[in-house]
Ligand binder design. Structure first.
Ligand SMILES: NC(=[NH2+])NCCC[C@H](N)C(=O)O
Length: 354
């Protein structure tokens, strides 16, 4: 049975595999044993501390098959995207270049380096065994983090953000990087992506151009990549838009991948999540019902599974003994449940401020 739980040190070899096989490689999930080990320690600290407001915590989860003792995926919440170091993005802006004398008026799009997203809580570092791509396990891995945030709101920011890997061409090169970053770093996108994961990011501030970029001066390929996700992440982006995230004006500074954000109260999972007392019933006695994410209420032993949203007439959530055991809950204890299926997405650009 598949379950989401906090990472433990025993998961290190599996995490290394997941980091190596992430497509593309992720800055927040460096394929480097020492860095991953630090992240596990850090995550355990976060789960086991009393925290009143978001700071430099990372909460790292794994998707595990408990019977087969196999780790199939991982995902992280960074309580504050830019807690220790600033979180860098490019913000899309419009400038008006006008001359009355010449009777011209031009709107010019620019990208300006920004730290504005630093306060947001970031959902990041998701990697899944490809066998499970497109299954409910993938949705569980992606969205169980929202079930966790819903339970411990004081630990996170009101604004949640997700940065999707940006567009890479068939040669695995980033057209945006080739037109922008390359001039300042003289390294390939893949190398920089790696360095940003294993070393401190202060080099970004030191070497990235400080002045806004004028889009007409970039290559057409680079312009076309702005706000465009990596082909392997189309479904993931669609799911988060269906969840209620909207595209922000911000894009990644290396590959121009889209950054989506939302006030957490607006997300489907937050709006539809409800507490129910548990009633344990034999598997065969459970009525058919839509699938739901179901989470227990124990911070350091957080568990979240997919099971049927089977409610008794008085609002008890009926769980099989196996499901109750996975969640570590007894009859009468409350669990948080939210439907797994989302209404279809509207892909809108948020006009508000980030
Ligand atoms: N695709 C990347 N690796 N981007 C570099 C890191 C940028 C990221 N927004 C940060 O400040 O951490």
């Amino acid at each position: 049975m598949l379950v989401i739980r906090p990472v433990t040190m025993a998961d290190l070899p599996a995490l290394e595999q997941l980091a190596e096989h992430a497509v593309p490689r992720l800055t927040n999930l460096p394929a480097n044993r020492d860095r991953l080990e630090e992240r596990i320690v850090r995550s355990q600290e976060a789960f086991n501390s009393e925290i009143e407001f978001p700071g430099n915590e990372h909460y790292m989860f794994v998707l595990a098959d408990d019977e087969r003792e196999e780790v199939l995926g991982t995902a992280t919440i960074r309580a504050q995207a830019g807690a220790a170091e600033a979180y860098y993005t490019y913000r899309q802006e419009t400038l008006i270049h006008a001359s009355q004398q010449l009777n011209v008026r031009r709107e010019v799009q620019t990208l300006a380096l920004s730290h504005e997203a630093s306060d947001a809580t970031l959902l990041c570092a998701l990697s899944l065994n490809p066998r499970y791509k497109g299954t409910s396990a993938e949705s569980l891995l992606r969205r169980a983090r929202l079930m966790f945030i819903a339970q411990y709101p004081e630990r996170f920011s009101r604004i949640l953000a997700v940065a999707f890997p940006g567009y890479l061409d068939s040669k695995n090169e980033s057209p945006f990087w080739e037109s922008v970053g390359r001039h300042f770093f003289a390294r390939s996108f893949q190398e920089m992506n790696h360095i940003a994961g294993v070393r401190s990011k202060s080099f970004i501030a030191e070497v990235m151009p400080q002045f806004p970029l004028y889009l007409p001066l970039l290559t057409p390929q680079a312009r076309a990549a702005i706000g465009r996700e990596h082909p392997a992440h189309e479904d993931a982006l669609a799911e988060m838009l269906a969840e209620g995230f909207v595209r922000s004006r911000h894009v990644d500074i290396f590959d121009a991948g889209p950054i989506v954000k939302a006030e957490r109260e607006r997300l489907e999972t937050f709006r539809r999540a409800a507490w129910h007392p548990v009633r344990v019933r034999p598997e065969h006695a459970l009525p058919d019902a839509e699938p739901a994410m179901i989470a227990n209420q124990t911070l350091g032993d957080f568990r979240c599974i997919v099971a049927r949203y089977a409610l008794s007439p008085t609002g008890q959530l009926m769980l099989s003994p196996q499901h109750a055991k996975r969640l570590g809950v007894e009859e009468g204890r409350a669990v948080l449940a939210a439907p797994l299926t989302l209404p279809s997405a509207v892909d809108a650009l948020d006009e508000g401020e980030m």
